[in-house]
Write a protein that binds this ligand. Structure first.
Ligand code: MIG
Length: 727
């Protein structure tokens, strides 16, 4: 059951793709109360070059504005939480699977330090489920569809209360009720449209690093993998491939004859994946800049001139991707790289990150002139320091940016959380036009619900910290709830220095995530597997990913086509089990297996809670394993540094192929089945050519059955030769 309420005049986000009639009555729900706002809905208007004061909510005097110039919130909702009440969702965020006990903000930010006090990361994913609202332990989902900032106080101010504050501007609220946690997620997913599906090769291992500068660097990476027999499907190109950080250019000196280089890589089954940044360099003669100016495709200042910000290229304009025409234009520029043979992209800096705003920088430099070094006191010194330290991403600067949206000018803070979404949508829409047959890999740093239809996301600038392995795991289900299935973290950690054991442990989780990419920042310790001693373990673990491909691809596709989650917390799978609900470091990865990675340094194993009897496969590679059946309950399970724990549920199967050096080399016609057969185990396997669009279950499903006498029956689209593992 979904109920939809419209507050004020929302700016259409296109997050929801089905028509749902809005409630005509005043907001009234048993599960959640409207404390402020509502009634005559806050109205937002405003025109660039005109009356920006129009941003004051109707009926609210300018006097009640906060000093920062913000109007009071559009609405505040509250709900009481029962003692055992839990909150799930909110997509990309720090902390646990149960979000209770912290305050989160949807405010897309470029945050290079994912520490515990952070309130927002790069995405705005305003969907959550309250499981246990007081007094009647109600369960319901909420989606606040709003491009502006929304705050979710999940028992931070008052442990027994959830408070949601929507900042000024219209918005739409969806209340979803009925059924289990899974049912509510399914219902939500059914209204936001199908998740993005990448080409199958994008499930292979990717090596990335900010710092690969030229074709020979890339060749070296490929050689390092091929010579050691470690599988690899892609090498990522970070900003240094561009000329002066200009989008859609390739530095001719570093990458001479780029199309030939793309081809050379393709012959080795390697896909190059270049980065695209949001900011467009201001430079005479640079066609992206010139076309953008000529057609008015860039974001504006209030007076109608182009807004100037500073990011990697120096002074930039931001393409106004909220405007359909500008979006189409920006998307078409990806053609330059598609024509060179590129089949995948990652979109960065699209919160949009802002190192500084030109106007503010001018002010600061004026102010600096007033400081006299000889007479500088400590107070002034600190002021000076603070001025220069706080240039980036100032809310005041964002509020000077204007967008064209359906013919009206809209101030940036009203649509801030839609920017990265629409940049990636620009690319996704362009790929549908420019590559109608073939899927293109695409993922983004910033996102909003709705963007999940156009691309995946990576989890941004994590660190080589052990706690971030766990954070990686905990983010998977909340992202899945919001439709983001193609996702993964920078394996090994982006910032800070990794270690060999961390790299191995992280990969032991990473082999299950759809996006499996090793990425690190310039200046940190290098972390390609061949930088370390134990190459064999890397070969076996990464090889295991390729062996798991038939299963992982199948589970991903079933989740995408069926609107389901691929990664589920135990609480979602065993709702009656109160202990399972406490488990925040194990996940179901698809329908057959539970994963429980080791994420502590020097640990030779870990505690695992099994809600039911399962069969543990301790895997040192695709065909080196032992297995034992473990009864339901708590266990300490050993896992040496080179071992991956896979728990198979009763009467389920996991098809494994032979590892291969690249995805296209994986032979799905010969499968070995991990199994825990009590009566009869069944697996519904999806497979397709991995590249064509128009994906559907029809004609792509194969049913594999294995009974307790060891008889195997296969029927459906494919007829792989199957055998059960001997252990
Ligand atoms: O300001 O392109 O999150 O993956 O390596 C940093 C350089 C810009 C941030 C991305 C990261 C990427 C880096 N970028």
């Amino acid at each position: 059951m979904i109920r939809k309420y419209i507050f004020g005049e929302p700016i259409e986000t296109d997050a929801v793709v089905v028509q749902i009639p809005a409630e005509t009555k005043k907001f009234a729900e048993d599960c959640i109360r409207l404390e402020e706002g509502g009634g005559p809905c806050p109205r937002v208007s405003g025109t660039a070059g005109g009356d920006t004061e129009g941003w004051v909510a109707e009926g609210v005097s300018a006097g009640s504005r906060t000093p920062a110039g913000q109007a009071p919130p559009a609405a505040v909702f509250t709900c009481r939480l029962s003692d055992a009440g839990r909150i799930y969702g909110l997509g990309e965020n720090i902390r646990g699977i149960n979000k209770r006990g912290w305050i989160y903000e949807s405010n897309c930010s470029d945050v290079p330090n994912h520490t515990e006090e952070k309130r927002s990361l790069y995405g705005a994913h305003n969907f959550l489920i309250v499981d246990g609202a007081a007094p009647a332990a109600r369960r319901f989902g909420l989606f606040i569809d709003a491009g502006q900032k929304v705050t979710f106080d999940c028992g931070y101010t008052d442990r027994r209360r959830l408070t949601i504050t929507v900042s000024e501007g219209g918005f739409t609220l969806y209340v979803l009720e009925g059924g289990s946690l899974q049912d509510i997620v399914r219902e939500f997913r059914s209204i936001i449209g199908r998740s993005y599906i990448p080409p199958k090769w994008a499930f292979g291992y990717g090596q990335s690093r900010w710092g690969y500068k030229c074709a020979d660097d890339v060749r070296g990476v490929v050689r390092g993998h091929r010579e050691n027999g470690v599988p690899l499907d892609s090498v990522y190109m970070d900003i240094d491939y561009m000329e002066g950080y200009k989008d859609f250019t390739v530095n001719e000196e570093r990458f001479p004859d780029f199309p030939a280089f793309v081809e050379e890589m393709r012959e080795q089954h390697i896909h190059l994946v270049p980065i695209i940044d949001a900011g467009v360099k201001i430079e005479e003669g640079y066609p992206v800049y010139e076309e953008g100016i000529e057609n008015g495709y860039f974001c504006k200042n209030e007076d109608g001139t182009e807004f100037v910000g500073g990011v990697w290229p120096g002074r930039v304009h931001f393409p106004d991707v909220l405007d359909p025409e500008a979006r189409k234009w920006f998307g078409n520029w990806y053609r330059v790289l598609l024509d060179a043979g590129v089949e995948g992209f990652w979109n960065d800096m699209n919160e949009p990150a802002l190192f500084y705003a030109e106007k503010h920088l001018e002010e600061i430099f004026e102010e600096i002139k007033t400081f006299d070094r000889e007479k500088l006191n400590i107070g002034q010194l600190l002021t000076l320091q603070a001025r220069l330290m706080n240039l980036a991403a100032r809310p005041e600067d964002y509020r000077t940016i204007w967008h064209r949206y359906h013919g009206k000018m809209v101030r940036h803070d009203r649509v801030h959380n839609l920017y990265g979404y629409n940049m990636t949508r620009a690319a996704g829409e362009a790929f549908a036009r420019l590559s109608p047959e073939k899927r293109i890999l695409l993922f983004s740093r910033s996102s909003y619900i709705g963007m999940h239809r156009y691309g995946g996301i990576w989890m941004g600038d994590n660190h080589s910290w052990w706690s971030h392995i766990l954070m990686n795991l905990q983010m998977l289900p909340s992202l899945n709830m919001c439709g983001f299935l193609y996702t993964g973290a920078d394996l090994g950690g982006f910032g800070s220095n990794t270690t060999e054991d961390m790299m191995l442990r992280w990969l032991e989780l990473g082999i299950f995530t759809p996006l499996m990419r090793n990425h690190s920042a310039i200046g940190t310790r290098r972390q390609e597997f061949y930088q370390f001693g134990d190459k064999e373990s890397f070969r076996n673990i990464i090889g295991l990913r390729y062996a798991l491909l038939p299963y992982l691809y199948s589970e991903f596709m079933k989740a995408a086509l069926g609107g389901d989650m691929m990664f589920m917390p135990p609480a979602f799978v065993w709702p009656e089990d109160e202990t399972a609900a406490q488990v925040e470091d194990q996940l179901m990865a698809g329908e057959s297996i539970m994963i429980a990675p080791v994420y502590r340094q020097n640990a030779e194993g870990r505690y695992v809670y099994l809600p039911e009897t399962m069969k543990l496969y301790r895997m040192r590679g695709a065909d080196d394993m032992d297995a034992e059946i473990l009864p339901a309950g708590h266990h300490y399970v050993k896992a040496a540094l080179n071992e991956v724990l896979i728990f198979v549920r009763a009467d389920r199967l996991v098809p494994l192929a032979e590892p291969a050096e690249y995805v296209d080399g994986v032979d799905a016609s010969k499968l070995t089945l991990l199994h825990y057969i009590r009566e009869e185990a069944v697996y519904e396997m999806y497979d397709d050519d991995g590249i064509s669009r128009g994906e559907t279950m029809e004609g792509h499903m194969t049913e594999i059955r294995a009974d307790k006498d060891g008889r195997i029956r296969v029927s459906g689209a494919a007829s792989p030769e199957c055998r059960l593992t001997d252990v």
